[in-house]
Design a protein around this ligand. Sequence first.
Ligand SMILES: Nc1ncnc2c1ncn2[C@@H]1O[C@H](COP(=O)(O)OP(=O)(O)OP(=O)(O)O)[C@@H](O)[C@H]1O
Ligand SMILES: [Mg+2]
Length: 316
Amino acid sequence: MIQVDGLTKRYAHTVAVDHVSFSVEKGQIVGFLGPNGAGKTTTMRMLTCFMPPSDGTASIAGFDVVKQPLEVKKRIGYLPETPPVYPDMEVGEYLQFVARIKGVPEKEVLQRSQEAAAKCFVKDVWSKLIGKLSKGYRQRVGLAQAIIHNPEVLILDEPTSGFDPKQILETRDLIKSLAGAHTIVLSTHILQEVKAMCESLVIINKGKIATSGTMEDLTRRNGAVMEVSVPEGALGAEDLSAPFSSLEGVNGVTATNDGGLWRIDVDTVTSEDLRPKLAQIVLGKGWNLYRLDSAAVSLDELFLSLTTLSAEEVKQ
Ligand SMILES: Nc1ncnc2c1ncn2[C@@H]1O[C@H](COP(=O)(O)OP(=O)(O)OP(=O)(O)O)[C@@H](O)[C@H]1O
Ligand SMILES: [Mg+2]
């Protein structure tokens, strides 16, 4: 339903989005997760035809965002970072106005507006001026305008930002209930949000995709921990970690001497279970293997390790 290939946005001094590629199947709900400034909003603006890419392509339901923007816009509902609401309009009036702009047939305008208002919990403020609403309520009106024409695809930029905890739970339920009938991409910088709602996840950091996959795949990602003994001699931590570092999918290796046995922690960023390969290396070196376990890496740790600045980067 959504296909993104090498999407790139360059500003004068920044590459905000750097060759991002991913695809989303029909009916799926995908979380676009990244810290502030990662490039989430910029990617969404390109997907919704608000801004042309510098490079790469994106298509929605087979329609190219650059070549066929009208076809794309018909099929998407977009909730931008700042909801596109008019402060001097009443909620009901605004929703009907948007419904007309989006081509809802006149005889369905009122009903569709009321349905969207009910789904997004703004029915009770139907006759209130938008300018007098709280931030959370304005956000809900923003969500209502995004779904009003029953689009195939919903692009939601931080849909629960500004909500209180009860509203967050209600909105998550609402978004989950919209998946299936709609294909949804939502952005957030909160991992909890993705865990609660999404089937798959794209982690973006500094404009680049750090990792992506189904929640199941990503939570299954493992590290491994081994205990080995090596013949007496001059082997140090460096010599012990080096053979594992070059394996594909290994992110980092640390070796510590633990009362005569060496403990080697191997951090992997692959869904492949690397234990057989690790065992082969140990035996090939003539070391004795006392323990080889997989060590589950939690999604929280994975997200932190992929998006936290290294000490060198912080200094710069
Ligand atoms: N109009 C612009 N001109 C120049 N640089 C921009 C512009 N818009 C965004 N950027 C830069 O592009 C990068 C990505 O910004 P973007 O708004 O896409 O991040 P984000 O992931 O949505 O962040 P946040 O979580 O804070 O909303 C940032 O470094 C930002 O400063
Ligand atoms: Mg943003």
